[in-house]
Ligand binder design. Structure first.
Ligand code: FE
Length: 227
């Protein structure tokens, strides 16, 4: 069995959000898909350990925000690599409550779909929630949707260097940069990490032992030379 075949499946990248007791949460999800057109039916696959899973099971509703190709990594990091049990992901994010009362993320979104859960299927580590669309609409007609392949190949800079389309970030590989192997964030000593109190000019090796990736929260050991 060659699991490389799985990489040939194509996906998009979405934020799936829900609500429980007036608390909002959302997460990055690449498994959202239309099941039928009449009635309009959408399904998502959500990991059982995620807080969003708990919220969807409680409220029986969710929203899918389709994010644009130009979505910054930091935004994806907040929804994809951080846990709603530790932070309020909606604190600095533009959103509105939809017709069913579910939060719809508007930042970086080009369209949204609001769904009421009709059924769920236990798939071991994940649950597939299926439901009827209650509302949907376009938020930004000018931008293209992010695909999972674009996210991996372009946003994370994981294109192999011998690929004809490869472009190094800024077209310059500067000395002293380190890349997070979890999310692709590049630590640049020239910039430092001012949000975490690290001044510009700080070498990666001089970062405090408890410093973490500002996007995904990985520790220093997850970083590799280069970027
Ligand atoms: Fe990271």
């Amino acid at each position: 069995m060659d699991k490389a075949a799985f990489y040939k499946l194509s996906y998009g990248l979405y934020i799936v959000s829900s609500i429980k007791d007036d608390k909002c949460n959302g997460q990055i999800c690449n498994t959202a898909f239309q099941v039928t057109s009449e009635p309009p039916t959408i399904a998502v696959g959500i990991n059982k350990q995620n807080l969003t899973h708990e919220y969807i099971q409680a409220s029986r509703k969710f929203a899918v925000s389709i994010i644009s190709k130009s979505t910054p990594m930091q935004f994806i990091g907040t929804f994809g690599f951080k846990c709603g049990r530790d932070i309020n992901k909606f604190e600095n994010v533009k959103f509105r409550l939809g017709e069913t009362g579910v939060p719809i993320v508007l930042d970086n979104a080009i369209a949204y779909i609001e769904v009421e859960v009709a059924n769920e299927m236990d798939c071991g580590s994940h649950t597939i929630f299926v439901g009827q669309v209650r509302d949907c609409g376009i938020l930004n007609a000018a931008e293209e949707p992010m695909t999972y392949a674009y996210y991996h190949e372009v946003k994370r800079g994981k294109s192999p260097k011998n690929a004809p389309t490869y472009q190094a970030p800024d077209n310059v590989e500067r000395e002293g940069r380190y890349t997070c192997s979890v999310c692709g964030y590049v630590y640049d000593p020239e910039k430092g990490d001012p949000d975490s109190g690290v001044k510009p000019g700080t070498k990666f090796t001089n970062l405090p032992a408890d410093w973490m990736c500002p996007i995904c929260g990985a520790d220093k050991s997850k970083f590799e030379k280069g970027g």
